[in-house]
Design a protein around this ligand. Structure first.
Ligand code: SF4
Ligand code: SF4
Length: 120
């Protein structure tokens, strides 16, 4: 992925039009069936080459809702095919072969801990 939207999302829509690659879908299109917004990990580019920081998280009014997750790269395909999504749900993925850009200044530890992208 990249980034992940948590269950404290209030479905406010502030993030969806900020995404430069249309990686975000609303609650009606969330492939996991959850009733909140979703970021496709095989589409999110962490805003690399678009913005200095992830635009979705900058726009989100809900504290800590959007957090880091693992990069969607060949090294992490097992992670994304497992049950690592919140509440044990699997990820919704359109293109399992995708190799997505990611921010290498974000540590693996911060990603595994799902550290908020924007912190106060
Ligand atoms: S980090 Fe950027 S590319 Fe990824 S979902 Fe958010 S706005 Fe879209
Ligand atoms: S901006 Fe935040 S709270 Fe609003 S829909 Fe997006 S993730 Fe959910």
């Amino acid at each position: 992925m990249a980034v992940i939207i948590g269950d404290i999302c209030i479905n406010c829509a502030a993030c969806i039009d900020e995404c430069p690659v249309e990686a975000i879908v609303d609650e009606d299109d969330n492939p996991t069936g959850e009733e909140y917004y979703y970021v496709y990990p095989d589409k999110c580019v962490e805003c690399v080459d678009h913005f200095d920081t992830p635009a979705c998280a900058e726009a989100c009014p809900t504290e800590g809702c959007i957090t880091w997750d693992m990069p969607f790269t060949s090294d992490n395909k097992a992670y994304f095919s497992g049950d690592n999504y919140l509440d044990g749900k699997g990820y919704g993925i359109d293109d399992a072969d995708a190799q997505m850009p990611f921010r290498d200044d974000i540590s693996t530890e911060d990603r595994k801990e799902r550290k908020p992208v924007v912190e106060d």
